[in-house]
Design a protein around this ligand. Sequence first.
Ligand code: ATP
Ligand code: MG
Ligand code: MG
Length: 568
Amino acid sequence: PTVEKNDFIRQIVRDDLACGKHTTIRTRFPPEPNGYLHIGHAKSICLNFGIAAEFGGWCNLRFDDTNPAREDPEYVEAIKEDVRWLGFDWHELRHASDYFEVFYLAAEKLIRDGHAFVCDLTPEQVREYRGTLTEPGRDSPWRNRSVEENLDLFRRMRAGEFADGSRTLRAKIDMASGNINLRDPALYRIKKVPHQNTGDAWCIYPMYDFAHSLSDAIEGITHSLCTLEFEDHRPLYDWCVDKVDLVNHPELLRPLLERGLPNEAAKPRQIEFSRLNINYTVMSKRKLMALVQEGLVAGWDDPRMPTICGLRRRGLTPASIRLFADRIGISKQNSLIDFSVLEGCVREDLDATAPRRLAVIDPVKLVLTNLPEAHEESLTFPNHPKDESFGSRSVPFSRELWIEREDFMEVPPKGFHRLVPGGEVRLRGVGIVRCDEVVKDGERIVELRGTLDPDTRPGMPGADRKVKGTIHWVSARHAVAAELRLYDRLFAVPDPDDEREGKTYRDHLNPDSIRIVQGWVEPAAAGVEPETRFQFERLGYFVADRHDHAPGRPVFNRTVTLRDTWAR
Ligand code: ATP
Ligand code: MG
Ligand code: MG
């Protein structure tokens, strides 16, 4: 399934191509390697890589690694894997830290041009001088230092002469601006922390807005797509690009050429779109990290997590996530997407792509007493009801079957169309059975005994005889024991971020978000590769667990039920 894509960003891109402003569209996806990617990032990935592909351009993967304290190579590798798994490939892999020397030269240029100064205010004083939304800020007493003094101090900052937090390099813009981002924002801070990419080479690090805008300019990004909270930063983004002016100052790019990194410096345009928010989950890396570190989930790739690797382990397909991104679309309107929209995309994709198999979650034995003890046959089942290209398989059938405990009721409520004492039901692909006897141990049903009507078997004259219900089964002698992990939403409430009444998202966890049972699967489901996906008929879509499944010891995760059962 495809969705017509004509959002406001694609319209801008189309216009820019039509009027000749750009001939090649260049985008980037710029994650900070401080955690695993989540479904919100997938929206941004699908947008950036999608636009590049649709308009014949390219998209870089750029690690925005300007905050060394929280970054880790583990995240770098995980992010690369997630982007590839989603089906995208980058033009070039870059790091903001590849440009540290360029940023430094750019900062010296700003100092020489009178656009930046070294400030000795403490962080508290900076805050105090900044003013408020309604009150203008005040100039730093260090604002009018000479170019020479600023250059000298900035070089000594780089040389490591000053303590963390004792000085900053600040842009000289306007302390009275209505936009607080323009009140002489910091461009560099001192941080004596080793960096995951540059090691001990630096003890000063550029601030996000400075590094991000210049990285875009260095790579010749035409459309720098980011989320709405950066709208107020756009004037600063443009200020950095214009005042540094890489296009007319190629000497600043020399450090790149020395390292063999090509660049196509150009003036980028920042465009903001609304973040993805989904109910029944949290989406901030900080909170996801806390869930992992506090052991509230089994890891970043726990199948209940909204991380890309969690969704993957849950059994979602890359196509279903891309379909979701297309379906929710791109706009400037903040909205909350219902979790069921994602589940709907998964069902739609897996309905078309997942072969069918038989499995039983909560078994009770059904003995067909009119078949001989040693009876054994091989039935042919289509692998997909709507697509013959999936072929067929043989399913063993015998006298003793496992059926679903909930498909039998001794005292059925009105409208129960499955098996009842003395009643009939169709066994999928076999024929009609009648329940003759219920064997109990105290209150618990331990076995059902019944008879198969031979006249209703496929090809027989009574095969079309109507009964209300059809149930699934597996042959007890042939089925393979499997661990089945049944998942529900991680949070029990639509808004886990709701902190009223002193609660935190930890208090909103759904205690029933995972149920592990031992069930049975037909042989053709057991020996498959990890990450093989099936529809277990009537039970939902399942995936062989990426890590724990082994052919001799099947482990399946339920991706999603066949219908939306949440509003029960
Ligand atoms: P978080 O708040 O979860 O830590 P972040 O924005 O700090 O996310 P980054 O690594 O900086 O994480 O994100 C990389 C890119 O993904 C950015 O361009 C960001 O705008 C985008 N992005 C992050 N979260 C979402 C979201 N929920 N919806 C759409 N885009 C997102
Ligand atoms: Mg960020
Ligand atoms: Mg963040």
